[in-house]
Every structure is written in C-alpha cells, then in structure tokens.
Design a protein around this ligand. Structure first.
Ligand code: KG4
Ligand code: ZN
Length: 292
C-alpha cells in the first residue's frame, strides 16, 4: 500500500531521527553532511526522506549526499571489515533486489547479474505467508527450518547457461503447488520440512552463482549484502563454497544486512570525500540501475 507507506513516513520521520540521535548521543551539530536514499524504491516514501533531508541540509548549512540503496547495502561490508578493499564481487539479496555487482572502487559499480523475476526476500516473504508463518518471512523461515529436513522436497534451482542471472518465481510456485496438493488431500502439512527445503534451494542457487561468477571474472574476494544475507544457511553455504574455490568471503553482521542507516552513511562517506554533493533539485527515483 504505497500511499499508506508514504503517510507513515511523514508521521514518523522526525521522531525516528530524533530518537536515533538521542540513542547515539549526538546532535545535528556533530554531523558533517546529511545523507539520504533517493533510489530505488517506493517513490512516495523516498520523497518524504529526500525532502526532509533537503530541509535539514538547508537549515543546518551542511552538504546533502544522495545515496543509491543497493550501493549502500554493498557499503555495509566496509563498516566493520576494513581489510575488504575493491575490487570484489558482491551479491545483494534483499526483499526487492537480487544483483551480483562488481565493486570496482568505493564509488564505482557494474551490474553482472540480476533476477529476471522475484527477489529472494520476496520469495521468503511469500512462502512464509502461504505457510501461515507471518511477516517478514526470512527470519521466521530460518527459525522454522531448524526443525525440518532440507531434503524432504526437491524444489527447483534455476540456472541460465548464458548468464549468472537468477529466477525465483519457479521455486515459489513449486512450494505453493506442493502445499496445495497436501491441502487437497487433507494431509498434515510438514511446515518445517517445507521451510527447510525451500531455504536450502534458494541458498544453494545464491551461493553457487556468486562463487561461479567470481571465478569466471577472476576476482578472488566475494561478499554478501542485503536482508537475505543475514540468513545463516546462506552464509555457511557461501563460506564453504568460497573455501573450496579459494575465494575470500566477507559478510556484514546481521544488523548491517537488513535495512539500516549506518550503511547509508557509509556509502555517503565515499561521495563526501569526492565532494560529490547533491543539489537542491535532488529528486526521488523509483527505478535506477546500480551503475546508471
Ligand atoms: O534489505 P532488506 O532489509 O530490505 C530491502 O531492501 O528489501 O531486506 C528485507 C528482506 C525481506 O524480504 C526479509 O524476509 C529478508 O530480507 N530477510 C531474510 C532474513 N532476514 C531478512 N531472508 C532470509 N533469511 C533471513 N534471516
Ligand atoms: Zn534494503
């Protein structure tokens, strides 16, 4: 409900900012610049942030920095892993995106692969919904999967021969169809087995594609980012595949994988060094490629 989301942003943005500043023990005077997400996303919600940030920047006479949300997810890797330096290859898996990016430099990116349909987080959320587990789906599926058998069902893994792109609509539909058959036959639903087998299928594809892509491009450092990167199985599977392929594996702590303000500030830090300030004509953009 985009309109409701935008209205909630209007209601909450001042309190959220003030509360965060109090928690951090900072005042507006301590800030060097105001960073704000301008793309991609729900444009109404983005506009609330962009306008609030513009007003703050003018009132405080501080530079305004425009941040691309996916670039910020990648930058979350720099918060606590100083040893990670570009170039590296990063998989961003979130509720709205699935992108493998070549991080050429701190402010230079190239998209190598993308999802052709659903994002993995979207699939986690949908599967959790049909299993009656609630929202957001990722953490609940991960928790529920602990009691399940990941080999109970063999859900599809999609690979394309001519690219490292992803597709998750098939695995989502396979779960829904299998579930439907159980319901039609009045069979008891092994919810944990569904969760475990689905999670395994998604993490298998994500970790396999990332490592293969890095090998193909001859890059030895790989990283994860985005909400789905907080998934323990994905982290374990990627680490184990990275070891076998002689790749160095990096991943932010869970709190820096799901959406957070620290990653926005971290991405902005590099544009601040380049004096890449946004103007007062900054606008929100619903769709914008990582390397546009
Ligand atoms: O990056 P994020 O916080 O927001 C977007 O930019 O989309 O990602 C949110 C997504 C949701 O779909 C959520 O279900 C998923 O990340 N997620 C997880 C886990 N924690 C969050 N997916 C799998 N396992 C998790 N532990
Ligand atoms: Zn995000």
């Amino acid at each position: 409900m985009p309109e409701i989301a935008s209205r909630k942003h209007i209601e909450c943005i001042c309190q959220v900012t003030e509360h965060s500043m109090q928690q951090a023990g900072l005042t507006f005077d301590d800030m060097d610049a105001i960073a704000v997400t301008y793309a991609p996303g729900l444009v109404g919600a983005l506009l609330v942030g962009v306008n609030y940030a513009k007003a703050l920047a003018v009132a405080l006479k501080k530079p305004l920095i425009a941040v691309h949300h996916i670039q910020a997810h990648i930058a979350a890797n720099f918060i606590e892993q100083a040893e990670l330096k570009p170039p590296f290859i990063c998989l961003v898996a979130s509720g709205g995106h699935c992108t493998i990016a070549l991080v050429k430099d701190y402010a230079e990116y190239k998209t190598l692969a993308q999802t052709k349909d659903d994002a993995p987080g979207e699939a986690f959320d949908k599967v959790a919904k049909v299993l009656g587990l609630g929202y957001p789906g990722g953490p609940i599926i991960e928790q529920t999967a602990k009691q399940g058998d990941e080999n109970a069902f063999s859900f599809p893994r999609v690979h394309f021969n001519d690219s490292f792109d992803f597709s998750f609509s098939g695995v989502k539909t396979a779960v829904i169809n299998t579930l439907h058959k159980y319901r039609q036959n009045n069979q008891e639903i092994p919810i944990a087995d569904f969760a475990a087998s689905f999670q395994y299928a998604v993490c298998d594809v994500l970790s396999e594609r990332l490592c293969k892509c890095a090998k193909y491009y001859g890059i030895e450092n790989i990283a994860l980012a985005g909400g789905v990167a907080s998934n323990s199985l994905l982290r374990e599977m990627t680490l184990s595949r990275a070891k076998k392929s002689n790749l160095n594996f990096y991943c932010p702590r869970g709190i820096f994988c799901t959406d957070n303000a620290a990653m926005i500030a971290t991405r902005a830090f590099y544009d601040m060094q380049l004096k890449n300030h946004a103007g007062s004509d900054l606008n929100a953009i619903a769709m914008r490629e990582l390397d546009a």
